[in-house]
Design a protein around this ligand. Structure first.
Ligand code: UDP
Length: 316
């Protein structure tokens, strides 16, 4: 009998890629989403296949799953700053109440649960690059606090279930990830810049563009998650991301260079509140624990992403 995995946030960007990977590996995939930011187009190719079931459900309410369950991947949450600023209470609820429901379900089923945390637990970091041992610099009452604190609560709750009930857990701290199936309008820097470049609109750099991020292609992230869940029993947080750091201004120029027909220029807009100035993962732990290393260079990942968004815009 195939092992059964429940994936929350399954219709989202990362969730849908996880559905693909676990399905391809022979798992029975139970996909959950309330579709507040997810999109069923991301799962359309899986509908009608054996070993795939979709449930439209809001996991802040009791989750009823008949039968066996071996693994849970908890990825439900608004994840782009624009989304969680628009849905602050839902973001806090899914990180707190939704996480609690998932942990309770894992405990009831004797399942192993992997929970999606984030580099945002480091806030505007005073340590650079960020190691898992760094406790972070988060403004709890700032506008980003709804996401950061929800994810910090998620980690605390998962550790409490592990310590109290011996629950088998994994926690992944995900740094900026990109690739096909990101929403063109999710407000994040990559869909914004690529969408703007393809439409010949100015690229909107916030602040002076000197803030940095490190972008990991989605297939690399999925590989790391797969290994963390199945090759280890390590219960503490593990950073997954690409350590290659780039300033946002240079990132805009890179994207323009990859869309040579674009007539876009670069314009500067005010920096959003509490926007982290730097972000780069220290992935020593993932390298040692998982033998994992990002494989897709940014130029290649950007080419694939541009091809995806080009098609989306053409169809729209
Ligand atoms: N950003 C930008 N222009 C945009 C969107 C974002 O300059 O149109 C900046 C944003 O201020 C931040 C970085 O790009 O410094 C990454 O933003 P994103 O929303 O992708 O995610 P974050 O890493 O801040 O969670």
């Amino acid at each position: 009998m195939p092992k059964r995995v429940l994936i929350t946030g399954a219709a989202g960007f990362i969730g849908s890629h996880l559905c693909d990977r676990f399905w391809e590996e022979g798992f029975d995939v139970l996909a959950l989403d309330n579709l507040c930011t997810g999109n069923l187009d991301n799962l359309a190719h899986l509908f009608g296949r054996p070993r795939f079931t979709f449930l439209h459900h809001d996991i802040t309410n009791f989750i009823h799953v008949p039968g066996e369950l071996h693994y849970i991947l908890h990825f439900a949450s608004p994840a782009s700053p624009a989304d969680y600023l628009r849905m602050p209470i839902q973001t806090l609820k899914v990180g707190a109440l939704g996480t609690h429901k998932c942990l309770g379900l894992a405990r009831a089923k004797g399942a192993t649960i992997l929970l999606a945390s984030t580099s945002e637990v480091y806030g505007d970091p005073l340590e650079h690059p960020q190691k898992e041992t760094y406790w972070g610099n988060v403004n709890p009452i700032g506008v980003r606090g709804v996401y950061d604190e929800a994810k910090r609560f998620l980690e605390a709750m998962a550790m409490a279930y592990h310590r109290t009930h011996g629950l088998s857990i994994r926690i992944v701290r995900i740094f900026n990830t990109y690739g096909p199936r990101m929403r063109l309008d999710d407000g994040r820097v990559l869909p914004n810049f690529i969408g703007q470049a393809l439409r010949n609109e100015p690229l909107t750099v916030y602040g002076d563009g000197s803030q940095t991020r490190s972008f990991c292609y989605v297939s690399d992230l999925v590989e790391g998650i797969f290994r963390l869940l199945l090759y280890t029993d390590y219960p503490y947080p593990v950073n997954l991301g690409n350590p290659e750091e780039v300033s946002i201004l240079d990132f805009a120029k890179e994207i323009l260079a990859l869309v040579p027909e674009s007539r876009s220029t670069i314009v500067f807009h005010p920096l959003p509140e509490d926007d982290p100035k730097v972000r780069r993962p220290d992935i020593t732990l993932a390298r040692e624990l998982l033998g994992w290393e990002p494989q897709v260079p940014r130029q290649e990942g950007l080419r694939r992403s541009i091809a995806y968004f080009r098609e989306k815009i053409a169809v729209a």
